[in-house]
Design a protein around this ligand. Structure first.
Ligand SMILES: [Zn+2]
Length: 316
């Protein structure tokens, strides 16, 4: 089964922007992430290496539709550490190539740097980010332990551009250096979902959200259970403390002198320190509400406190 990352890229590769401005922005990003201008048999050629056939096809499609570029594919298995094939799209020297490179802001031989700046429109910014993800991005499956989306790019300037574009959409990406490459990444699941939405990866987003919802539900159930346990032990603690107060009153001034309403609650609390306020309220000869019980118990605690203060005053 294809990885979540690859699945997402396949979906994005099928998505071809209708507007030429966006196709241009996406191609510029793809070439900057993946492209390299090389010397080939005396000719200058542009190669785009990718592990994803769909991505190579997309570069081809965009180049063809925008500039009517001629290109050819080769498939290699040369990188030992990677199990996937590497698809190289060669765009050989042809009359329109120099113009294309200029338009896309790509310099000379061996250069990856594109200085494509036409990113004022929101639509093009989305397209550029989509190209950047297609070219150098990866995304861990939400089913795994951690959420992670990253884009690996060659130079700090480009990492800065990608980061700025993301920030413009309200995201807060971080960057780090990995060997000589720059990594722009997101770890927050909400932000990853937003990013998928921004670049138009709707199926991936749906899948991502489904997993996230199930996970989130599991977490909130756990939280709820913990919370209830905590509340329960808090209630029991309070009950014990109240019973202790009643005992103090009984042993110092006795319960007989208390108003009948207080005395009844006091006796019940002494007998049932673990009962909830609601249960105590129901046990009274005249049933009263939770807050009514609470009020009476508070008065008993205040009284106990006064007695304790007086007692310690006497001792001092
Ligand atoms: Zn556009």
């Amino acid at each position: 089964m294809a990885s979540f990352s690859n699945q997402t890229k396949q979906e994005l590769a099928r998505l071809v922007p209708t507007k030429a401005c966006c196709r241009m922005a996406e191609l510029a990003a793809l070439l900057r992430m993946e492209g390299l201008v090389v010397q080939e048999g005396g000719d200058m050629a542009f190669t785009v290496g990718t592990e994803n056939a769909a991505v190579a096809r997309k570069v081809y499609k965009l180049g063809k539709s925008l500039f009517d570029l001629e290109a050819s594919f080769t498939v290699q298995r040369k990188r030992r550490l990677r199990k996937n094939n590497v698809y190289t799209l060669c765009i050989p020297r042809q009359p329109s190539l120099a113009g294309v490179l200029t338009v896309l802001g790509i310099g000379g031989l061996g250069e990856r740097a594109s200085r494509y700046q036409d990113l004022k429109r929101q639509c093009c910014r989305r397209a550029y980010l989509r190209g950047a993800f297609l070219g150098g991005g990866s995304l861990s499956s939400p089913r795994g332990g951690t959420y992670h989306l990253e884009m690996v790019t060659q130079d700090a300037a480009h990492a800065g551009l990608v980061q700025d574009l993301m920030t413009g959409f309200g995201l807060a990406p971080k960057t780090s250096q990995r060997k000589r490459r720059q990594v722009v990444y997101l770890k927050d699941s909400e932000q990853i979902a937003d990013f998928l939405k921004i670049i138009g990866a709707n199926n991936a987003l749906l899948d991502f959200e489904n997993v996230r919802v199930v996970k989130g539900m599991r977490n909130s159930i756990n939280r709820l259970v913990n919370c209830e346990t905590a509340n329960l032990s808090k209630a029991v603690e309070a009950g014990m403390r109240q019973a202790e107060s009643v005992r103090l009153i009984r042993d110092t001034i006795g319960l007989e002198g208390l108003p009948a309403s207080l005395r009844e609650v006091a006796l019940l609390r002494l007998e049932y320190p673990e009962a909830s306020l609601k249960e105590l309220g129901e046990m009274l000869s005249t049933r009263i509400s939770k807050s009514g019980v609470n009020h009476r118990l508070r008065r008993l605690e205040e009284l106990a406190q006064e007695l304790a203060d007086k007692d310690s005053g006497r001792k001092d």
